[in-house]
Every structure is written in structure tokens, then in C-alpha cells.
Design a protein around this ligand. Structure first.
Ligand SMILES: Nc1ncnc2c1ncn2[C@@H]1O[C@H](COP(=O)(O)OP(=O)(O)OP(=O)(O)O)[C@@H](O)[C@H]1O
Length: 335
């Protein structure tokens, strides 16, 4: 993880002065009259994992395909190591690899043959056993690729991407179809790559995956980045949560005011549910203070709080508010 990027005196970010492996500036991308990406900007440093999240059709794949050099921007600039990636120039080919949504491997070849074929194309490849061990397929070397399960194919895709020892890796939903154990093993592989200095751009619909792996995130909706930042800052900004089952016989206006908190009610698992969202500046102590006030109220009023919980905001809380809203301004928490 590195510090935030700087801008050179002429206003241009450069690889040399920022350490940015990937730089996107005001990228717009259209399909005919339809603008799928509407002016987004971000940087990714070496040794950083940046998660590009978003609703279906938000523009993530379009953005990644542009960075991979498959599409020329309609306007704006994208750079990978200070180089325009359009057309996948030779200077980048050895430094960049990807796990795409749709695997390009041949079903009739064995796993070992598939790895060897990719090794033949790489300048300084890892050896076959290292690759197959890294992705947990050492016992599948002699299987035809078509005999692999969906999750195993995904692991093979990752193995093929990491064997060339890339400096930039694009991961487009890399753990789709994996069971929980394979997913965790894959997370470890990705964490090791990032620790080794690889810049990773990840898209995923598994928010737990982004929460575990990402240094910084951007959440896209309708072609725009609606929320971005260091993941812990985003979650802190979204506030802590106290929740409990709505006590029988109480109305919402009979619930107490808690410090720096706003209350709302909804239904959770078929039960009436109370949520307090706590956003005071004292991020270390605000949850405890609100909880202490709630417990004092419950004791004084002889109320039992069932299923009581205190938690920090999750990426799912942030994501759902992005998906539910349709304007940037409304997204800043107003409680
Ligand atoms: N080749 C294309 N021609 C026309 N429209 C396209 C094309 N590819 C994508 N789009 C549209 O552009 C928008 C963004 O698509 P994109 O695939 O980038 O979204 P995404 O964020 O990756 O979505 P998902 O999470 O569903 O994979 C969508 O509305 C999609 O319908």
C-alpha cells in the first residue's frame, strides 16, 4: 500500500512521480448513443488492490476492457505504467495479465498442457508445479480442462494469469462459482500477489471479498463512481449500527434519542427491527456511548432488547444505499 498520488506541476500524473501503475482520468466510453462510462477517474499503485464495485450494467467491465486495451476511450485517458494500453502494445504485454469473466481455455487439452502452452508464451514463467500448487490444482494436472468443475476452471484461469509474473493483474469476478474454501484459498493467492507488489484491479459482486482484499474501492452506478476511498474510511463515514428487535408494544417515537444517532425501523427476517445509525466524529467511542445510553434507557424503562447488536457499517450497507439512490448528492449520509 502506498500513499496518495501527487500531481506534477503541469497537472499530469506520471508513473514516475506517483508510483501509479494504473491511471484513469475522466474516462468516458460510449456504445453508439449510449454512454456506459461517464467520466470516471482513479489511480492504482503498485502493491495495491483496488476494487471496482457496482450494480449490474454500471460500467465496470467496459472500464476494465478499456484498461486491457480492447477499447479506445471515447474521451479521457487511461494509462498503464504511463503507456496507452490500446491495442495491447508490446511494452505492456509482458507486464499485464488478466482473469476475464469468460475463460479462453480449450476443453480438450489437459490442465498440464494448458499451463505449458501459456508458459511457452511467457518470457519468464513460473514452473508448472508452482502454478498448479498455488491454485490448488496439482492433483488435476492430467485431467482434461472440460472435466474440471466451474470453480476449478476459475482457479486454472488464475493460475494462467499469475504464471507470467505480471506487475498488473485485472481480476474480473475471479472467484465466481467457487465454494467457500476455494474462495478463501484464492484470496490468499491474491493477497500474496499484492504483498509482492502487484497492482490488482478487482471487480466482484461478493462484497465480503472486496472488504477482505481491497485497500481502496470505488462503487459505480449508471456509469459514474458514486462512492470511493480507502475502504476503512468509507465504512467509518457510513457510521456504526445498533440494531435490535422492536420491543412489543412500543412505537418508534417512544424509542430514546441516542447521541449522534438517527433511528429507523424496518422488517428483518419477518420481525420488526430497529436500527440506529451513529455517525459522530469520535469514531472510536461513538458506538459504545450510544450503546451505554440505550442500555440505561432499557434498564430505567424495564425494556428487554432482543437480538441486540452493535456493528460497524459493512460494504453491503454502502452498496445498497448506492443501488437505492440515483444522485451523488443524496448519497452522503444525512443522519
Ligand atoms: N457491446 C455493447 N454494446 C452496447 N451496449 C453495451 C455493450 N457492452 C455493454 N453495454 C452496456 O453498457 C453498460 C455497462 O455494461 P458493463 O458490462 O460495463 O457493466 P458491468 O458493470 O460490468 O455489469 P455487470 O456487473 O452486470 O457485469 C450496460 O448498460 C450494458 O448493457
Amino acid at each position: 500500500m502506498t500513499s496518495e498520488q501527487h500531481t506534477s506541476p503541469d497537472g499530469a500524473d506520471t508513473d514516475a512521480d506517483t508510483g501509479a501503475a494504473i491511471s484513469v482520468r475522466d474516462l468516458r466510453q460510449s456504445y453508439g448513443d449510449f454512454e456506459a462510462v461517464r467520466g470516471i477517474s482513479f489511480d492504482i499503485a503498485r502493491g495495491e488492490l483496488f476494487a471496482l464495485l457496482g450494480t449490474n450494467g454500471a460500467g465496470k467491465t467496459t472500464t476494465i476492457e478499456t484498461l486491457e486495451g480492447f477499447r479506445r476511450p471515447s474521451s479521457g485517458t487511461v494509462r498503464v505504467f504511463d503507456t496507452d494500453p490500446y491495442g495491447q502494445p508490446a511494452a505492456l504485454r509482458e507486464r499485464v495479465d488478466a482473469v476475464l469473466q469468460h475463460s479462453g481455455v480449450f476443453g480438450e487439452l489437459t490442465v498440464a498442457e494448458t499451463v505449458d502452452l501459456s508458459r511457452d508464451l511467457a518470457a519468464d514463467p513460473l514452473d508448472r508445479d508452482t502454478v498448479l500448487s498455488a491454485v490448488g490444482l496439482w492433483d488435476r494436472a492430467d485431467f482434461a480442462v472440460r472435466q474440471l468443475s466451474g470453480g476449478q476452471k476459475r482457479r486454472l484461469d488464475l493460475g494462467l494469469a499469475l504464471l507470467s509474473q505480471p506487475e498488473v493483474l485485472f481480476l474480473d469476478e475471479p472467484t465466481a462459482g467457487m465454494d467457500p474454501e476455494a474462495r478463501r484459498a484464492t484470496w490468499q493467492v491474491i493477497e500474496d500477489l499484492v504483498a509482492g507488489g502487484v497492482a490488482v484491479l478487482l471487480t466482484t459482486h461478493y462484497l465480503e471479498e472486496a472488504e477482505r482484499l481491497a485497500d481502496r474501492i470505488a462503487i459505480m452506478h449508471a456509469g459514474e463512481v458514486r462512492v470511493s476511498g480507502w475502504i476503512h474510511e468509507v465504512l467509518t463515514r457510513w457510521g456504526d449500527r445498533i440494531g435490535f428487535r422492536m420491543p412489543d408494544g412500543l412505537r418508534i417515537d417512544e424509542l430514546p434519542d441516542l447521541p449522534d444517532a438517527a433511528v429507523e425501523t424496518d422488517i428483518r427476517e419477518n420481525e420488526p427491527w430497529v436500527s440506529y445509525v451513529i455517525t459522530g466524529d469520535d469514531t472510536a467511542g461513538r458506538g459504545q456511548r450510544a450503546m451505554a445510553a440505550l442500555l440505561a434507557w432499557a434498564r430505567d424503562n424495564d425494556v428487554t432488547l432482543q437480538r441486540l447488536e452493535l456493528r460497524t457499517a459493512s460494504l453491503e450497507d454502502v452498496f445498497l444505499s448506492v443501488a437505492a439512490q440515483d444522485g451523488v448528492a443524496e448519497l452522503a449520509p444525512t443522519w
